[in-house]
Design a protein around this ligand. Structure first.
Ligand SMILES: *[C@@H]1O[C@H](CO)[C@@H](O)[C@H](O)[C@H]1NC(C)=O
Ligand SMILES: *[C@@H]1O[C@H](CO)[C@@H](O)[C@H](O)[C@H]1NC(C)=O
Ligand SMILES: *[C@@H]1O[C@H](CO)[C@@H](O)[C@H](O)[C@H]1NC(C)=O
Length: 394
């Protein structure tokens, strides 16, 4: 009988084999690709996003590259590949867009320079020569764009961009803003085939940090702090403690939240053209409400002061508004970021848990308050004159 150690080795070996097979499968994926008309290319690479691959042959003598860009997409969608001589971003990109014609169903390529924010998609010549006119084909759910370009500045290293979205020729819908759609830039050396990820990686990273900071602060810490204030207070034993816990929660939530908010503003100011006004405006409102809460703390009247009643109303309404707006804005942010995996579900689960706990504690609180009132009443009845006094104290 094999010892357990042996089976562990077997599993490991099988795993390594599988990994090797899948790795070689991936390289083959690009090397074994075949093209219309028996075209071949010397180099290829699977790109990091959108399932795309690039195949090319670089000619040093005249600084040109024959290119095939391949990416999967539904027949009522478009794919695009291009070079941006001015940086790793969308603005300034010289792109080839392949799509189906809505009426004839034929596949055609449009070339255009994406100027700034809202591209017009006029079929225009690019900022570098395209010695062989581009063509495209579509088979088995995959577009292939063929073109030959003279690499700008006769440099072998270029900023390449690619993208995919819905729409037919001349009626392109904007591409989604998912992680993959924002990761689709690559600085590629056409001579060596080496590539490095684009600037949008660090931008994506910062967007994720912005999301996590804000979800943890406004989405978890601050509602938790509000629950502490509301539900711990009824326990006499927790008297000053709830207050300090509440302050700690809210202040740390506020500090993290302001950091996340500032990062969001920075990201917004860098994102030329793409603006998320509702998300931004709600974020501003939340910041103002929360800041108001911090200052309100300094103006809090004494417990016995007659204005304390109004201050409480104010404090609660501003606080609850900020919490509701935060939850709305976190969903808006999740829709913008479209993170991979179950982030949205996780956040919904957290909200549901907080809500469930709040509901339960609300019931407990009311039970305690009602019982206390009842015992107060019977005390009052026993004491006769005590009732008036109780009412004043309440
Ligand atoms: C560039 O050079 C290659 C290799 O000599 C040649 O096949 C190709 O036709 C040339 N392209 C242009 C646009 O001159
Ligand atoms: C481009 O650069 C290569 C060397 O990297 C050179 O051999 C070639 O002549 C240059 N072509 C042009 C059009 O300047
Ligand atoms: C763009 O112009 C080229 C050349 O004039 C043409 O072959 C191509 O079909 C045009 N593409 C579109 C989408 O109109």
């Amino acid at each position: 009988m094999a010892r357990p150690g042996h089976s562990a080795w077997l599993v490991l070996a099988a795993g390594v084999l599988l990994l090797a097979a899948s790795a070689s499968g991936q390289t083959q994926n690009c090397l074994s690709a075949t093209f219309q008309g028996g075209r071949t290319f010397q180099k290829c690479g699977n790109m990091a996003a959108l399932g795309a691959s690039l195949h090319w042959t670089y000619h040093a003598v005249n600084g040109t590259a024959d290119i095939a860009f391949r990416a999967p997409q539904g027949s009522n969608g478009w794919v695009a590949w291009g070079i941006n001589p001015s940086g790793l971003s969308m603005g300034g990109s010289n792109v080839f867009i392949a799509s189906h014609d809505d009426s004839s169903g034929t596949v055609s390529v449009l070339t255009t320079v994406l100027e700034g924010t809202s591209p017009t998609f006029a079929n225009q010549s690019l900022s570098f020569p395209v010695p062989v006119p581009p063509t495209a084909d579509y088979a088995a759910g995959v577009y292939t764009i063929f073109t030959t370009v003279t690499l700008p500045r006769n440099s072998t290293t270029q900023n390449t961009v690619w993208q995919a979205g819905q729409g037919t020729t001349g009626a392109y819908s904007p591409h989604p803003m998912s992680e993959a759609n924002l990761r689709s830039t690559l600085s590629l050396d056409f001579l060596s085939g080496q590539s490095t990820g684009g600037g949008s990686n660090s931008r994506l990273h910062r967007r994720n940090i912005h999301g996590i900071l804000n979800a943890v602060s406004w989405g978890i810490l601050i509602p938790l702090g509000a629950m502490i204030a509301r539900y711990l207070r009824v326990f006499e034993a927790a008297d000053p403690a709830w207050f300090y816990l509440h302050i700690t929660c809210q202040l740390s939530g506020y500090i993290l939240g302001v950091a996340g908010w500032a990062l969001g503003l920075k990201l917004g100011s860098e994102s030329k053209g793409i603006t998320y006004n509702p998300h931004r405006n709600i974020g501003m409102a939340i910041f103002c409400l929360a800041t108001l809460q911090v200052f309100a703390l300094l103006l809090r009247p004494d417990k016995k002061n007659k204005y304390r009643f109004y201050w409480n109303i104010y404090h609660h309404s501003v606080g609850y508004s900020a919490i509701v707006l935060s939850a709305i804005n976190i969903f808006k942010g999740l829709d913008i970021l479209k993170p991979a995996g179950g982030w949205k579900t996780t956040y919904i689960a957290i909200l549901a848990t907080l809500g469930g706990v709040a509901l339960f504690l609300e019931a407990v609180t009311w039970a305690i308050i009602l019982r206390r009132r009842k015992s107060d009443k019977s005390h009052a009845a026993a004491n006769g004159a005590g009732w008036q006094h109780q009412r004043q104290a309440a």
